[in-house]
Design a protein around this ligand. Structure first.
Ligand SMILES: [Mn+2]
Length: 616
């Protein structure tokens, strides 16, 4: 017993001694090491060195403090080099192709739907102006960000626009973050997209590779094919005629680094289809849809505006450009492989993300330009109403009782065979996803205010007939977005029935085009424009008690009235003069007629002036 206690005592003493000796050894060693370092760094302590040392220790308030774990990801060397670049389209400026290339231009326009000949004169690594929110320039992002694979599906893309997509992504990404750019050739028929592309990429773009699909698969399956071979932590899908701008990548990756179930969309800017000028589309909006599943946008929330340029929540993505972790993408089953060609996939993925535990945000500091084509140059590869079939699949699996609102507007979808939905419904069950009602009330909570599931009735419907020449009626003659229209003989074919809808816009027939005045000129033409249902340039109202010359006691100070010349339907500014409307056009010498409206649906005989009202 005693022996044992002695032994323990000796052991304790020995251990304490050992710890003490080891401690002394390391302290002395560190001191010697430090002394050596100091002797190397400060050979002679000059006043300047002292000041410098002081500055480093006591960082003045105006110097940026980089918090631990964060980093300024800007590539300042590249930014400086790009700022010196000059030439066609440089700094994102418009490039006007010299007229001598008109023939080449026309040929390439036909096959691309944009001015591809102009693109050919613009450097593949052209510079762009920095149009980001000013605060983006100072933003720091996590140092530890996941790696990214960029997936770019294409079918018969033009050479220079395709390469500019890849090169802008590579050049403007930190080397450590961008693993690869995968170009997925969806069975293109242009010869240069085969061996020539493979050779070019092999020789010039080590991070880029091309995957050729053996047969035409459509956008959705081409994206899936690219995603399957991607090795990065994050999948970034891009369109094949885009340009990534400065520091676009870290803002897409950071929200995913913080929570892998976040899907992030960049701001999509506009590359002009004619001149390749780079400009903003807007400064942000939340993605939405109407009940025919047309993509729409909702205004930012007050808190989103206040937090700019921090990422804000968005109910659905536009579709073409987004980042998602590979892990989450495949947990969700990727895209429904039963979706054909294109259409509806952006809703399928968006609903799935939200309903199955993820979130979707837009990152204002990540901006990518996109060429919106003037027209679609390719024939549709799909059979029958493939978009309708896709919508039906999405509605059946994800939209619950809200699917009825779609079918009510598109009864033909009920007759389409959507195919086998077992696997998709199993995913929803397996991931314990929430209901569509949850999505509509918690995520897209303001959507039904703008796009009510059951449309309120029109305010009025009928012909718009000239009072001065009662045989003439406004006729849009089935014209399209961007077109003007005029008067025709009443009842002579054409498109002469109009609706003043509950959106307070005017639509011919049942088409989603609206009367729109985008110019602020005193006598601006009224054009047909895709309806946005948000008032603004498309806000019209009528005042049944109002006739020209009447006293006007409304609260608005500037009013416009619909007038017509022999050739155009115009809008004209009318101003108040001591309580009376002064009609400017009367003194201008032009031949114009005030249009009176006969709204047969509501007021069979009463005539009144249709006004467009600008609220100051
Ligand atoms: Mn596109």
């Amino acid at each position: 017993m005693r022996l044992r206690r002695n032994l323990m005592w000796w052991t304790k003493i020995t251990l304490t001694l050992l710890v003490f000796l080891a401690g002394t050894y390391f302290t002395v060693r560190q001191a010697l090491h430090d002394a050596r370092d100091v002797s190397v760094q400060v050979r002679k302590v000059t006043p300047q060195a002292k000041a410098l040392e002081h500055k480093i220790i006591a960082t003045p308030a105006n110097e940026p403090v980089v918090p631990r774990g964060y980093k300024d990801w800007h590539d300042y060397d590249r930014l400086f080099k790009e700022s010196k670049q000059i030439g066609p389209g440089e700094q994102g400026q418009a490039y006007n192709l010299p007229p001598k290339y008109q023939n080449e231009r026309d040929l390439l326009y036909k096959v691309n739907g944009f001015n591809a000949r102009a693109s050919d004169d613009i450097a593949l690594n052209r510079s762009l102006q920095d149009i980001r929110h000013p605060k983006c320039k100072e933003k720091l992002y996590l140092e530890a960000l996941p790696t990214a694979s960029v997936v770019v599906p294409f079918h018969n893309e033009h050479w220079t626009t395709l390469l500019r997509t890849a090169i802008s992504a590579v050049n403007r990404s930190p080397d450590t973050l961008l693993l690869e750019v995968i170009l997925v050739d969806d069975a293109s028929t242009k010869a240069f997209l085969k061996d020539k592309l493979d050779d070019y990429v092999r020789e010039n773009l080590p991070k880029v590779r091309v995957v050729h699909l053996p047969r035409r698969s459509g956008l959705i399956r081409a994206r899936l094919a690219g995603a399957k071979v991607a090795r990065g932590d994050v999948l970034i899908f891009l369109d094949s005629h885009t340009e990534c701008t400065t520091n676009w990548l870290p803002p897409l990756l950071e929200p995913i680094a913080k929570d892998y179930r976040t899907c992030v969309c960049p701001f999509i800017d506009v590359i002009d289809f004619e001149t390749f000028a780079y400009r903003a589309q807007d400064e942000g909006a939340r993605g939405a849809f109407d009940w025919e599943l047309f993509y729409k946008r909702l205004p930012l929330l007050e808190e989103d505006k206040k937090n700019m340029p921090e990422p804000f929540k968005s109910p659905v993505m536009a579709g073409g450009l987004f980042a998602i972790s590979s892990k989450f993408f495949w947990e969700l089953g990727g895209y429904d492989p039963g979706l054909d060609i294109w259409g509806g996939e952006q809703y399928e993925l968006s609903f799935k993300i939200w309903q199955c535990g993820g979130i979707m945000v837009d990152a204002p500091c990540s901006r990518i330009g996109h060429i919106y084509r003037k027209f679609a140059p390719f024939p549709n590869p799909g059979v029958g109403d493939f978009v309708g079939r896709n919508y039906r699949r999405v509605a059946e699996v994800w939209m619950d009782e809200y699917a009825e609102y779609l079918y009510k507007r598109r009864p033909s979808y009920l007759k389409l065979d959507a195919g086998d939905l077992t696997e998709q419904k199993a995913i929803r069950k397996r991931l314990n996803c929430k209901s569509f009602k949850w999505f509509m009330t918690q995520v897209a909570f303001d959507l039904t205010k703008v796009y009510p599931p059951v449309e309120p009735p029109n305010f009025a419907s009928g012909k718009i007939q000239s009072v001065a020449s009662s045989n003439l009626c406004v006729d849009t003659r089935f014209k399209h977005h961007g077109d003007r229209f005029d008067l025709q003989e009443c009842g002579r074919g054409g498109e002469q029935t109009f609706h003043l809808t509950w959106h307070k816009d005017i639509r011919p027939g049942k088409r989603p085009v609206c009367w729109d005045v985008s110019s602020g000129d005193a006598q601006a033409p009224i054009l047909l424009y895709n309806c946005h249902g948000m008032g603004g340039n498309q806000l019209w109202r009528y005042d049944p008690g109002f006739h020209s010359g009447d006293n006007f006691t409304g609260s608005v100070s500037v009013m416009y009235a619909v007038i017509v010349t022999t050739a155009n339907v115009l809008i004209s500014r009318v101003t108040m003069h001591s309580g009376h409307l002064v009609q400017h056009w009367k003194s201008s010498g032009l031949c114009m007629v005030v249009i009176h409206v006969v709204w047969t649906a509501i007021l069979v005989t009463k005539k009144f002036l249709c006004q467009r009202v600008i609220h100051n």
